[in-house]
Ligand binder design. Structure first.
Ligand SMILES: Cc1cc2nc3c(=O)[nH]c(=O)nc-3n(C[C@H](O)[C@H](O)[C@H](O)COP(=O)(O)OP(=O)(O)OC[C@H]3O[C@@H](n4cnc5c(N)ncnc54)[C@H](O)[C@@H]3O)c2cc1C
Length: 200
């Protein structure tokens, strides 16, 4: 379970649960207007639109969005402009278990198995690109698909050899496609027709 940092927990500011600093809708500490907290260090209960409140989850999207709100409002305070309140916009939730299993709820739709784990990698690649461009994506791909032991990658062990034989993966796909094309052709020619099987 996520919690605020030790630093945030030790400050003498008002805290919500788990060492997080209580903030208002502008991400300001409720004690000092010139102190802002974001992400895992912030505790904020957002109006749920039905008269109640929902606590902000400790997830990456909340960290990014609260940071955007805080940056905007710090500049607005300096420039004496209107501050904007935090408004969450979460795309969904995802839980991965090891390298090959995951469940996700994206925009109200549930996903599991291969599609959930593939989506996890897409999300990670998106963030890796934002941090370090293609170099980070390349490192990520090597880490997640090539240097993974015992077939624990989403692609099994097909890319996990450290010797330069990655082209074998292409060959395997080629063989699989040819096998499929030939199989479909033979089924169409009647290979599964019991009357013809004995004639061959
Ligand atoms: C195991 C695990 C799995 C998770 N899985 C997901 C997931 O699948 N999806 C999702 O959305 N979220 C997930 N989360 C939550 C997500 O990682 C956090 O909500 C998010 O990283 C919060 O961002 P942040 O910038 O607030 O804090 P962090 O990402 O923790 O960054 C804070 C940084 O500040 C540094 N720091 C701390 N104290 C000091 C100090 N005194 N001085 C200087 N630097 C300091 C830390 O070292 C760290 O680098 C997961 C968290 C964990 C622990």
């Amino acid at each position: 379970m996520c919690r605020g940092s030790d630093f945030a927990a030790k400050t003498e500011l008002t805290h919500g649960g788990r060492g997080r600093i209580q903030v208002n809708e502008y991400m300001q500490s409720v004690d000092y207007q010139n102190v802002f907290a974001v992400g895992d260090n912030a505790f904020y209960e957002e109006p749920d639109g039905k008269g109640g409140k929902k606590p902000m989850p400790q997830i990456v999207e909340a960290a990014l969005q609260t940071a955007e709100t805080a940056v905007h409002n710090i500049l607005a305070s300096i420039d004496k402009r209107d501050k904007k309140p935090f408004k969450s916009n979460y795309h969904g939730f995802m839980v991965s278990i090891g390298g090959r299993y995951a469940v996700a709820n994206i925009g109200g739709r549930s996903l599991d198995g291969f599609f959930a784990i593939a989506l996890k990698h897409l999300v990670n690649i998106h963030y890796q690109y934002g941090v370090g461009g293609f170099a980070r994506i390349w490192d990520y791909a090597l880490h997640e698909f090539v240097y993974v032991k015992e077939g624990r990658s989403i692609l099994g062990g097909h890319l996990s050899a450290r010797t330069p034989i990655l082209w074998l993966a292409v060959l395997r796909v080629y063989l699989g496609v040819i096998w499929l094309i030939e199989g479909v052709k033979k089924v169409r020619e009647g290979w599964l027709d019991p009357g013809k099987i004995l004639l061959r």
